[in-house]
Design a protein around this ligand. Structure first.
Ligand SMILES: [Zn+2]
Length: 378
């Protein structure tokens, strides 16, 4: 057993990271770990942090390994944001932390999971810190691709690229680590297109499977403009409900904690100076909810895209496995009803909707335009 066991399907990247933990001359103080969503960037970063702290290079069972992996090691700081951008203050705090020598571990490791979410000014502040780090400090930046961080930072970091893990590796992980039935694991890994987190959720959460099936069903049921508008509303509604379920409890707990800190439980009226703090928290929570809703919608669109990809596979007679094995009947029916050109146009419409969503177009508008383009034409 080792800390690298859960870094699935990434043999090349693991070789590089492992070599760095074993020989000082292969070590670098700033790393940029890149890979598509779900490829396991944060997993790889945590495993690397553990291997750096472990006396045995990442045995997987000592105190240093287990606490590093669990995120409780005193000298390993993991920053993951759900906000749209990481603030300059947050980065300044991290830089302060980076100056301190490790309290008990061998290194001070700072993992910045969303290094792509910094405005340029913030990146420049960070740049100065990673240019001349203290001898025992290691920065691990994660981003979807090298192009997502400013070139000055990119050029100071050693890059490690993760790939989309093969389906078989994801299945093996779900079976061995999560005890999922192999058949369920296989369907989930294919449906999630090897996105590890998604695959795990689909494999373990029947509701998540049902939501996904509902999204895919839309593709098969849109016949006219009326259906399309309804389907768009449905997509947005499901996304809102799901993101709300995910953020609600946390929002309430955060607010209660803040009121407690301010000494204002039990609904007394707050003095204006404190009200501003509560408002700030509420604004932040609202932004987080907006982002969660957009993330869920984007995932639904990826699901829809996979449906039409399957339709196209059937229309072209390509000899590859369907992503949505469970929806094979619908896939075949839609394939028989249209031509490949139309399928490609539909996929373009979904891609367009994703772009518009990322560009802050109102979700319902983006979904309606897309759904109308999905209906059978001519
Ligand atoms: Zn260990």
């Amino acid at each position: 057993m080792s800390v690298w066991d859960d870094v699935v399907g990434q043999a090349a990247a693991v070789d590089v990271l492992r070599a760095a933990t074993l020989s000082p001359e292969a070590m670098t103080h700033a790393w940029l770990i890149t890979g598509p969503p779900g490829s396991g960037r944060s997993n790889a970063a945590r495993a690397f942090a553990a291997a750096l702290q472990c006396e045995a290079g990442g045995c997987g069972h000592c105190q240093a390994c287990t606490t590093s992996l669990a995120g409780t090691h005193a000298d390993v700081t993991v920053v993951a944001t759900e906000k749209v951008t990481i603030s300059i203050e947050e980065v300044r705090d991290l830089i302060g932390l980076a100056q301190r020598t490790p309290s008990q571990g061998r290194w001070r490791v700072i993992v910045l999971e969303d290094a792509d979410r910094m405005v340029e000014r913030t990146s420049n502040v960070l740049l100065k810190a990673i240019e001349e780090p203290p001898p025992r400090t290691v920065w691990l930046l994660c981003a979807p691709s090298p192009q997502d961080v400013v070139v000055t930072i990119r050029s100071r970091c050693r890059g490690v690229a993760l790939r989309i893990p093969p389906v078989a590796d994801v299945v093996a992980l779900l079976v061995s680590r999560d005890g999922v039935d192999p058949e369920v694991a296989d369907v989930a890994a294919r449906a999630a297109q090897s996105h590890i987190g998604l695959a795990r959720r689909l494999a373990r959460d029947p509701q998540a499977r049902e939501r996904r099936a509902r999204t895919l069903n839309l593709a098969a049921t849109i016949r006219g403009v009326g259906d399309a508008v309804l389907a768009a509303g449905d997509l947005v509604e499901v996304a809102t409900a799901e993101s709300k379920a995910a953020t609600e409890d946390r929002d309430a707990a955060e607010k209660a904690a803040l009121l407690h800190t301010l000494g204002a439980e039990g609904g007394q009226t707050l003095p204006p100076s404190l009200r501003a703090q509560v408002r700030q928290l509420e604004d932040e929570q609202k932004r987080r909810a907006t982002r969660a809703q957009r993330d869920v919608l984007d995932r639904s669109l990826t699901d829809l895209l996979s449906f039409y990809r399957d339709v196209l596979v059937v229309q072209l007679g390509a000899d590859v496995a369907l992503v949505n094995a469970a929806q094979e009947a619908d896939v075949r029916r839609v394939a028989a009803e249209g031509r490949a050109e139309q399928t490609i146009r539909r996929m373009d419409a979904i891609g367009e909707a994703r772009t518009r969503l990322a560009g802050n177009v109102a979700p319902l508008l983006a979904m309606e335009a897309m759904a109308v383009a999905l209906r059978p034409q001519g």
